[in-house]
Design a protein around this ligand. Structure first.
Ligand SMILES: Nc1ncnc2c1ncn2[C@@H]1O[C@H](COP(=O)(O)OP(=O)(O)OP(=O)(O)O)[C@@H](O)[C@H]1O
Length: 296
């Protein structure tokens, strides 16, 4: 062996080992992004099954979407999930579970960003400022961590102008100004359409069918008419998600449950029996999931 070549090889090998162990060591004490780390699907499944009450469809769909997305080394789009339901039905809770399974520190992670419409974007006259700040925030954070997670709560109260600022990041672009958004995850939470799901769930109950019998297709027509084509809503979600999408909704209520009636519940204007009211007051109304990524 030639001494110089051997020397260079040994040098390169030790530099690489040093770098790797330094990174390992660093990540023991500081949070690292690790976008490429595969998702622990069984841990997510266990979390959803044990913590999320009665969400058979949500559990199934979230698992499928996330594992498909994370196993895809070259997604064509970021993953976009949209969860709908009444207040207190578990949308933030699910987002938290998802976030923790992607970044162990969950909502406290530097790579998970939660926006609340009424808190972060309250003033209509500042839309331009919000658009600019939000775009810079997303760009900066995805540059730092490709697998960043962005959660937008109260989407139904979000000004369409702010939604316009998010739209470009959800599309098929390979890069925008040198940054790829394809590994990012956007989660939208909204109360829109809750009443329609309640009604569908109630119809099932009246027909003597179990809530677990409700399938994704049962709500598709109702939702597409009621939510996506509702021109009177502040935010028309079909404007955001104009691509073909897969809709999933997950009524998660078990009839054995004895949840209290929520005053805010806007049930259809008909007199219901106490049993009906109790049974449907806290239904986790539905989950709509838009799989904009290249999922299998
Ligand atoms: N399906 C559920 N399974 C288990 N716990 C739930 C469920 N739904 C709600 N909870 C509990 O209720 C709390 C409040 O729910 P959460 O904040 O997630 O509701 P939300 O749908 O996001 O409400 P909002 O529309 O007001 O933001 C959760 O932190 C959780 O403890």
């Amino acid at each position: 062996f030639e001494p110089i070549t051997v020397g260079i090889a040994i040098g390169a090998a030790s530099a690489l080992t040093g770098y790797l162990s330094y990174k390992d060591l660093y990540c023991r004490f500081a949070e690292c992004c690790r976008s490429e780390r595969p998702l622990n699907a069984s841990a997510l499944k266990q979390d959803l099954e044990e913590k999320l009450f009665g969400q058979h469809l949500a559990t199934e769909v979230i698992l499928k979407a996330l594992t498909g997305f994370k196993n895809n080394k070259n997604p064509k789009k970021p993953l976009t999930l949209s969860l709908h339901g009444w207040a207190g039905t578990g949308k933030n809770f699910v987002s938290q579970i998802v976030a923790e399974n992607l970044h162990p520190k969950g909502l406290k992670s530097n790579f998970v960003h939660l926006f609340v419409s009424t808190l972060h974007f309250p003033h209509e006259q500042h839309i331009k400022l919000y658009q600019d700040q939000l775009q810079r925030w997303i760009r900066g954070n995805v540059s730092a961590c490709a697998g960043s997670v962005f959660i937008f709560d109260e989407m139904d109260k979000l000004h369409p102008g702010v939604i316009d600022a998010i739209k470009p990041f959800l599309d098929y672009y390979e890069q925008i100004d040198g940054v790829s958004y394809r590994k990012a995850i956007f989660i939208f939470l909204s109360n829109a359409g809750g009443d329609l799901i309640t009604k569908t769930a109630l119809d099932f109950w009246r027909a003597g069918r179990k809530r677990e019998d409700i399938q994704l297709k049962d709500l598709e027509a109702v939702l597409s008419v009621g939510v996506f084509n509702n021109k009177h809503k502040h935010v028309r979600q079909d404007e955001v998600f104009s691509e073909p999408f897969e809709i999933c909704r997950t009524p998660s209520f078990s009839t054995e449950d004895t949840c209290q009636l929520d005053d805010q519940l806007a049930l259809p204007k008909r007199k219901y029996s106490t049993l009906e009211m109790l049974a449907f007051s806290r239904i986790w109304l539905f989950l709509i999931m838009f799989l904009l990524g290249n999922l299998r």
